[in-house]
Design a protein. Structure first.
Length: 441
């Protein structure tokens, strides 16, 4: 590609973004790598073996890429398919399509790649939920910045820190996607999808110009995003890229169960922050560090009274319940934002009530509890024992000894989870913004 042509592509993407509104998400390189790292950290079981088949793994990573592709071009139809792909109604429709038209055991390579692509799309959507609903609030607290800066910059930091290992090649189940998009208000054609994908892969998701663009943007934001630069891979900060790995892994496992018709509403919670044995980072209710969160393996119908926050003496704690940042009928996350300061060293319970409705029509019959401790201050230091060894997701390759599901990989439950019954320049910056999801109002 000539320099003139390359510049024209960047300017075109910039123009497309300026015509869109309210962009959000985290960068595509982040999506690709958190999705891949999640598989590498899985226990040594059927799902891990399934997804690590090279062509299947590529399809998984390209599903994580595909989800944002429609925002890179100036087309209402392409934006429509990208927006729809992020959310649980699309994932549930895709799961139903597979169960009806191509059920397990998926003996053909094409069948396995289609399932992996679905899981990549769902992984992307979950990661957006975690990053946007949790981490971006911390970015605002500490750096005074938001998604326009943090999304592309974290991609750049990944490149600068030499974490980029996966560069997926284009591979998607086109016929299935066109069938799934047939009900959208916009007509989605193969040409529309390929036009967006070809742009994204030629300009950004490649191991040449794309990595250089990301690194340049990262370098230009290091000072403005000093806290983000230090903590974007901090496993103790909910919603950071590294803190997304275990929740993404759990979500992938839940998707596998959904595809096999084996996930019940009583098992909908697959992860929670703070995860065991970590403590809630702050007692200060004015900080996002005081929020606890439950993450679901299937979309849960959002209601006003899903959860309760219970204090150390069994008292009800005043709090605000919120779901995914941009709002959706079916949420993958609920966060509990206390309205009063918590007690340092105190033990709290986030209680999910029974009767929650999952997107596949199931209703839970038992409550669910997530027990966690708040970080201590100097006066309560004796109440906070040494946490011991804390599992941290690997990012350096397939572990030699994968974690046991009952051991090293955290369940995501703080004290325990149980049912009650048991100088880049503006054009380059905007290019990355063009590959970001718009808010759902």
């Amino acid at each position: 590609m000539s320099t003139r042509s390359h510049s024209a592509l960047i300017l075109f993407a910039s123009s497309a973004l300026l015509m869109a509104s309210d962009a959000s998400a985290h960068g595509l390189w982040g999506h690709i790598h958190v999705t891949g790292w999640a598989v590498e950290n899985m226990p040594d079981d059927e799902l891990r073996e399934f997804l690590l088949e090279p062509e299947v793994f590529n399809a998984l990573l390209f599903g994580a890429t595909f989800t944002d592709s429609g925002y890179a071009v100036d087309s209402s139809a392409s934006r429509a398919y990208s927006e729809h792909t992020h959310w649980e109604p699309f994932i549930e429709d895709f799961i139903s399509w597979v169960q009806i038209n191509d059920p397990p055991p998926w003996d053909s390579l094409e069948s396995r790649k289609r399932v992996a692509f679905l899981m990549g799309c769902a992984s992307h959507g979950l990661q957006d939920t975690l990053f946007d609903s949790l981490f971006l609030y911390r970015v605002d607290e500490h750096d005074g910045k938001g998604q326009d800066e943090a999304d592309p910059a974290t991609d750049g930091f990944l490149v600068m820190d030499e974490h980029v290992r996966f560069v997926p090649e284009q591979d998607l189940p086109m016929d299935t996607l066109l069938e799934l998009y047939a009900g959208l208000d916009e007509e989605i054609t193969e040409e529309i999808i390929l036009n967006a994908l070809n742009f994204v892969t030629s300009v950004y998701i490649n191991d040449e110009a794309g990595l250089n663009i990301a690194a340049t943007i990262g370098a230009s934001n290091e000072k403005a995003l000093a806290w983000t630069r230090t903590h974007y891979m901090d496993p103790s900060v909910p919603g950071s890229l590294r803190a997304e790995i275990f929740p993404t892994m759990r979500h992938q496992q839940a998707l596998w169960a959904r595809l096999h018709g084996e996930l019940s509403a009583d098992d909908a919670v697959v992860f929670a922050y703070p995860e065991a044995p970590r403590r809630l980072l702050s007692a200060d209710h004015t900080s996002a560090s005081s929020w606890s969160s439950l993450i679901f393996g299937a979309g849960v119908r959002y209601e006003d009274d899903l959860v309760d926050l219970i204090g150390p003496d069994g008292e009800s704690v005043d709090f605000t319940q919120a779901n995914t940042r941009w709002g959706a009928e079916y949420t993958r996350l609920v966060r509990l934002q206390p309205a009063v300061d918590l007690i340092p060293g105190g033990w709290y319970t986030a209680r999910l009530r029974s009767g929650i409705q999952t997107i596949d029509g199931q209703t839970s019959t038992t409550p669910f509890e997530h027990v966690f401790q708040v970080a201590c201050d100097a006066a309560s230091a004796e109440d906070c024992a040494d946490l011991g060894e804390i599992a941290i997701a690997s990012i350096d390759g397939v572990p030699e000894e994968p974690s046991d599901t009952g051991g090293e990989v955290p369940s995501g439950c703080g004290g325990g989870c149980a049912s009650a019954s048991g100088g880049a320049g503006l054009p380059l910056l905007l290019l990355l913004g063009a590959c970001r999801r718009r808010r759902m109002s």
